[in-house]
Write a protein that binds this ligand. Structure first.
Ligand SMILES: Nc1ncnc2c1ncn2[C@@H]1O[C@H](COP(=O)(O)OP(=O)(O)O)[C@@H](O)[C@H]1O
Ligand SMILES: Nc1ccn([C@H]2C[C@H](O)[C@@H](COP(=O)(O)OP(=O)(O)O)O2)c(=O)n1
Length: 221
């Protein structure tokens, strides 16, 4: 059982995926955290993140290990826990450039498929290209959306008011454009994904909808 949850930033992928995995007794994988971890490694090692050749050259170096427990998702690079450090604005600003490099993606997709193969009951995997590229035969594919205003308000809330909603909205738009516009495996809705607009739904409502969709599919299998 593979549940693929894709969508742009701030649509509720992480919160929804964790809650759905916990409710259904499935594993959970945050692929965005993996791209952030590679980006953190590049910055730490002085690699020019805007030079795709330099990034490609060392794409195979960082060893990324992701926990798959929805109650405590953790991620390490070369044995160092980077769960906190991968959320800095510096990493957020650089992650789209790093994740556009094909060599980085090839490496991460291997890690993602291995995590799914190791998950006993099944796994909820969230990202940008899970339904299109990583698991094109996923059991259920969900594509979350929300208005630009709602997404910026949510993210800005998370940053504790340290950044205005307008600045956050501009940064999200820039990242979405880069993620949707890249050549390799861009952010996209799979043809057979079910779109859920979360703008006017509470998190609980979104979780309930996704759990129902997964259970309908399970019954039909
Ligand atoms: N339906 C919703 N309504 C209101 N806030 C939400 C909803 N879904 C998620 N959030 C909040 O929005 C923020 C971003 O959610 P997150 O799950 O990290 O999104 P994503 O993984 O798509 O970037 C979090 O603070 C989360 O609690
Ligand atoms: N499957 C994925 C997941 C994320 N990415 C890239 C593109 C995103 O801007 C970054 C960070 O993803 P993440 O899900 O952590 O982003 P947000 O939580 O929405 O801020 O990683 C990707 O290219 N492919």
């Amino acid at each position: 059982m593979i549940v693929a949850i894709d969508g742009p930033s701030g649509t509720g992928k992480s919160s929804t995926s964790r809650a759905v995995a916990a409710k259904l007794g499935l594993s959970y994988l945050d692929t965005g955290a993996q791209y952030r971890a590679v980006t953190w490694w590049m910055l730490r090692n002085g690699v020019d993140v805007n030079d795709p050749l330099a990034v490609a050259d060392c794409a195979g170096k960082p060893v990324i290990v992701s926990g798959t427990d929805p109650a405590a998702p953790a991620i390490s690079v070369d044995g160092e826990d980077v769960t906190g450090p991968i959320r800095t604005q510096e990493v957020t600003a650089a992650v789209s450039a790093v994740s556009a490099v094909p060599e980085v993606r090839t490496r991460m997709v291997e890690v993602q498929r291995a995590a799914a193969a190791a998950a006993g009951a099944g796994i909820v995997v969230e990202g940008r290209d899970i339904g299109t590229t990583v698991f094109p035969r996923a059991t259920v594919k969900i594509f979350l959306t929300a208005s630009a205003e709602a997404r910026a308000a949510r993210r800005s809330g998370e940053l504790g008011g340290t950044q205005s909603v307008a600045v956050t909205q501009a940064a999200l738009a820039k990242r979405d454009a880069a993620d949707s516009g890249r050549t390799t495996s861009p952010l996209a809705k799979a043809d057979d994904a079910i779109e859920v607009d979360t703008t006017d739904l509470t998190l609980e409502q979104v979780v309930e909808r996704v759990v129902n969709l997964v259970e309908e599919k399970r019954t039909a299998l």
